[in-house]
Each structure stands twice: as C-alpha cells, then as structure tokens.
Design a protein around this ligand. Structure first.
Ligand SMILES: [Zn+2]
Length: 302
C-alpha cells in the first residue's frame, strides 16, 4: 500500500501525485510537485495525520517543475528537510535560474499560474545521487537507479520490501483504470535508446507496483512498460514523419497534437484525455521528439 496525495493540479484531479513514505523516523515525499499545489500538499499531509515538520526527505525523480517546484520552499520552511536529486540536477536545484529560463521558453506567461515560485534549495540540504546507491529514508531501504531518456538527470527509486518502484516520468503517464500509457517527451533531453535502457532497469527490479507521478500506483509492470514503449515508438515515428513534411514547425506541432488527441479520445473519455494532455502538453511532446531527431541527424552527418 502506497500512500499518496492528489495535488489536484490546476483544479484537475488525478494529474500529479506525490508519494508519501511514512516511517518511525519521519516522512519522505517522492516528487512534492509545484509550489502552486502546496495548499493541496499540506491538506493531503494533514489528512494522513502528518505535519510539514515531520517531513525529513524529499526524493526527486527529476527537476521538471511539475515534480520538483516546491522543493526549495519545503526546504526553507523546514531546515530538517534533505532534498535528494541526481547530480546533474543538483546545481539547478541550488541555483534554478537556468531551469526557470528554459521552462519559460515552453510555458511563457503561464509560468506563475502553472507552477508558482521555484526557490533554490540551500546547498547543505541537498544530496546528490548518481544511481546505484542504497539510501535509508522513512524507515525503509530504497535502491536508486539512474534512469535517463525522459530527462538526463532522472532517477528512479525501488522499495524492494514493498515491491514499489517510484518511476517519476520514465514509466510514462497512465491515469485512472485505463491501460493507455503515454510517453511524456518534452524538450530538451529526450533520448530513445537511453529511455529503452531505463525501462529495462525498472523491469529488472521486477516491481509489483509502478508508482507514476502522472498518476499513482499501477500493477502489471511488464504489460504497462510494453505499452509505454509501443506508444513512445509510435510517437517518435510520427514526429519523424512530420519533420519530413513541408509544414512549418508550428504546423507540425499542431498535426502531432491533433493525432495524439485523436488517439487519446479513441481510448478514453474526454475528461481523462484532458488529464493526460494537462500532465504533458502534446505540442511539447512533438518539440522534444523533433529535437531528438534533429540531434540524431546532426550526429549522423558529422
Ligand atoms: Zn518530466
């Protein structure tokens, strides 16, 4: 049983989940979400009988704003909090200016509405990970694995005792009871080969439960991961085909988003489809894949 909190992102349920690990020596949160959801996080913790002062650890799968935005605020509110993050993400948590700049290119004037503020984490409260560690938090032992592909600084955590793998975005998006698994592919780090290898890493844990930020716990890991890779390949192929058309980039983005919208609504009701699109905007998915293919072509040409 994994406790988690629905952050009710932008008033939409089942979009962003924070996992809550409760132990005798305090609480660990996996991906606390953005600062815009701090009220929901607080209320969710209170409903579990937890105060912010009991939170000892924030485990980040990666530093994208929908996962990590509130870390600095939580660390500032409670100096007893330690924030764990892959070494490639650590400097951006200590100084988020470049991260915010890059996110602003995607989200423009929606930044504040969507995410709220992104405070730096004080360096003494940061712990860098490389993957391969075993860490003890909230009375349990977690294995850490480096799982790039979605982001170059992505890690996953495995609680072998409970059989739960906390996968962030690398195991995709799956909302509600549907078997529909979507691959979130925003810029700038998408790498298909690394992503496939990371799926192998997660699979090798033989988890009973995959915990996804978008959204919550799912059983049947093998079938889930197969479905993820199938749709990742299909979306990558679609982006590649669109890049060969005479459309401009805006037109390609639109065509990609229209095809994803059609696919989603073929399998899901409209409200669920919209939750997937809120968890990762399909036009961003095109941009991430287009950037990947452009890097591949440059690599092949040089
Ligand atoms: Zn992400």
């Amino acid at each position: 049983m994994t406790d988690y909190i629905d952050l009710n992102f932008q008033g939409v349920p089942n979009t962003i989940a924070t996992a809550v690990l409760k132990g005798p020596d305090g609480v660990a949160l996996v991906d606390p979400g953005p600062t815009s959801c701090l009220g929901a996080l607080n209320a969710g913790l209170a409903a579990l009988g937890i105060g912010l002062d009991q939170v000892r650890h924030v485990l980040l799968t990666h530093i994208h704003l929908d996962h990590a935005g509130a870390s600095g605020t939580l660390a500032a509110l409670n100096p007893g909090v330690t924030v764990w993050v892959h070494e490639r993400g650590a400097r951006h948590m200590a100084d988020p200016r470049r991260l915010i700049e890059s996110a602003t290119r995607l989200y423009g004037d929606m930044m504040d509405t969507l995410w709220g503020e992104f405070l730096a984490v004080a360096e003494p409260q940061l712990r860098s990970l490389t993957g391969g560690e075993r860490i003890e938090v909230a009375g349990r032992r977690l294995e850490v694995a480096y799982t790039p592909g979605h982001a170059s600084h992505h890690v996953s955590y495995f609680d072998a005792g409970a059989g739960v793998a906390y996968c962030g975005d690398v195991a995709g998006i799956r909302i509600g009871g549907s078997p529909f698994v979507m691959a979130p592919t925003p810029p700038p780090d998408i790498d298909l080969a690394l992503w496939r290898a990371s799926v192998d890493t997660v699979r090798a844990w033989r988890p009973e439960t995959l915990f996804l930020t978008h959204f919550g716990p799912h059983g049947g890991a093998d079938a889930h991961l197969d479905a993820l890779l199938e749709r990742l390949d299909a979306h990558a192929a679609l982006a590649r085909r669109l890049r060969a058309t005479p459309l401009d980039e805006a037109g390609r983005e639109q065509a990609f988003a229209a095809e994803v919208a059609r696919d989603l609504r073929e399998h899901l009701d409209d409200a669920s489809a919209r939750a997937y699109e809120l968890a990762v905007p399909p036009d961003h998915c095109y941009r991430g894949l287009a950037r990947y293919w452009s890097k591949q072509e440059q690599g092949a040409a040089s």
